[in-house]
Design a binder for this molecule. Sequence first.
Ligand SMILES: Cc1cc2nc3c(=O)[nH]c(=O)nc-3n(C[C@H](O)[C@H](O)[C@H](O)COP(=O)(O)O)c2cc1C
Length: 204
Amino acid sequence: MNQSNTRILKIDSSARAESSMSRKLAQQLTEQLVAANPGAEVVSRDVSGGLPFVTEEWIGASYTPADQRTEAQNQALALSDSLIEELQAADTLIIAAPMYNFSVPATLKAYIDQICRAQVTFRYTEQGPVGLLENKKAYVVAVTGGTPVNSAADFVSAYMRQVLGFIGIKDVTFINADRIMVDPESILADAQQQIAAATEVAAA
Ligand SMILES: Cc1cc2nc3c(=O)[nH]c(=O)nc-3n(C[C@H](O)[C@H](O)[C@H](O)COP(=O)(O)O)c2cc1C
């Protein structure tokens, strides 16, 4: 990614702070990407405190052409607009995705619902939906307690790949720290090796 103007958007979603493994790994990945690309700017967004869910008003507003929206509709979309602006401004996305009850935390889902917007981050065509975010790379740090990633019970990995692809982000690298409860030290070390390998590729 060697561009001096690179902007990294790091999104945390674990409800835990100091003890969070996904935060720790996402931070290490961020630092290593910055080390490989010293001009990089980092923007951090922590969604763990919660974001509003989409409402009927939000949906109505999002399907109303921008130049025909009322002031109330503009307000209903204001947070979504600013989150999308932040996302559009980034070239690299790092999403810390701990597994909660086989899927992503509800807070991360609420973020995703705010940034998936028809005509803004995707649009429908006769050939199906097309993602509108271009030239972005994403890293997903997937952490689970006991569920193996890519198993039938993992609704994090395939979901994140699907939703990122839906908005146009097809270049996705997963850093997997799954089944962390089984052997925390070796699984953490393995995830750190994945980070080292991923950032070497990014620096190349
Ligand atoms: C509310 C909650 C639900 C969880 N559900 C699952 C689960 O379905 N499968 C699993 O393997 N681990 C599950 N875990 C374990 C977490 O994925 C694991 O503790 C992980 O390290 C959490 O990420 P964090 O360290 O960044 O907080 C759950 C943890 C919490 C707090």
